[in-house]
Design a protein around this ligand. Structure first.
Ligand SMILES: C[S@@+](CC[C@H](N)C(=O)[O-])C[C@H]1O[C@@H](n2cnc3c(N)ncnc32)[C@H](O)[C@@H]1O
Length: 243
């Protein structure tokens, strides 16, 4: 079992499927553990360590099945866990060449890539474009923070500054999914801040299409609304002056 500096693995396991926020956080993160635990000698890569909840669970699964976990963070998070199957790489996760130099085994394919670092549209888009080719056929890309609801007005983490980013991450993932839909499955789990699980069906090395530009009809609807409202007002005015 990994020695997790800031996490209590047993408490996380006990909280799985329990009601309340703690149960939701544990259940969503344990989805990562279960995905990896069912694999044989997987190569796992994660972006974003901090206090290492995902790191702890992913390392626990790798210790059980002969896998290896590579964790990348721009900050020094080397003390987050101690595990014989863990390599910590301090780097910006968009620096593909630097990370591959530190972990050449990633070139042979990643069974699961977990993304939980910088939460902006642009960063997630670049992570997907740069790292998708290194995920194996049948492998997974998982995402923390796909549910922006807690950051909206009046909600648990009400934060007007973070709200656009919180909405932007799942939107980028959804648009990436629709740009590469034939080769992907995608599920979002809601509650807490959510967890996304994407399965890749395309072969290792396949380059993805960039996220699709999706247009909602909101603007057109409101323009049409403006037109009809203006027309009705004009008609009313004309009628009044002609009386
Ligand atoms: C939300 S925390 C990760 C939480 C962790 N996955 C967990 O389950 O406890 C985000 C982390 O991403 C790191 N980070 C931010 N930008 C980054 C980047 N460009 N490359 C790598 N890591 C980054 C931060 O230093 C921070 O430690």
């Amino acid at each position: 079992m990994p020695d997790c500096t800031y996490q209590n693995l047993e408490a996380l396991r006990r909280a799985e499927h329990q009601p309340g926020l703690e149960g939701k956080v544990a259940t969503l993160h344990l989805k990562l553990y279960h995905l990896v635990a069912q694999m044989t000698a997987p190569v796992v890569l994660e972006f974003g360590v901090d206090k290492g909840m995902s790191t702890c669970l992913l390392a626990a699964a790798c210790e059980e099945n002969g896998g290896w976990l590579y964790s990348v963070d721009i900050a020094d998070c080397s003390a987050a866990i101690r595990s014989p199957v863990w390599t910590f790489i301090q780097s910006d996760d968009l620096q593909v060449a630097e990370i591959l130099a530190a972990a050449p085994a990633l070139r042979d394919g990643v069974h699961l890539l977990h993304i939980d670092s910088a939460h902006s549209r642009e960063h997630v888009e670049q992570q997907l474009l740069r790292w998708y080719p290194y995920v194996r056929q049948g492998g997974y890309i998982t995402f923390h923070d796909v549910d922006a609801t807690p950051y909206l007005a009046g909600q648990r983490k009400d934060d007007p500054r973070h709200e656009p980013e919180a909405l932007g991450v799942p939107d980028t993932i959804r648009r990436f999914f629709y740009a590469n839909e034939d080769a992907l499955f995608l599920e979002f789990h809601f509650g807490s801040t959510g967890m996304g699980i994407m399965r890749k069906l395309a072969p290792l090395g396949t380059r993805p299409q960039p996220p699709l530009k999706l247009h909602t009809r909101q603007v057109q609807v409101s323009l049409a609304g403006l037109f009809w409202t203006g027309r009705a007002l004009a008609a009313a005015l004309v009628k009044r002056f002609l009386r």
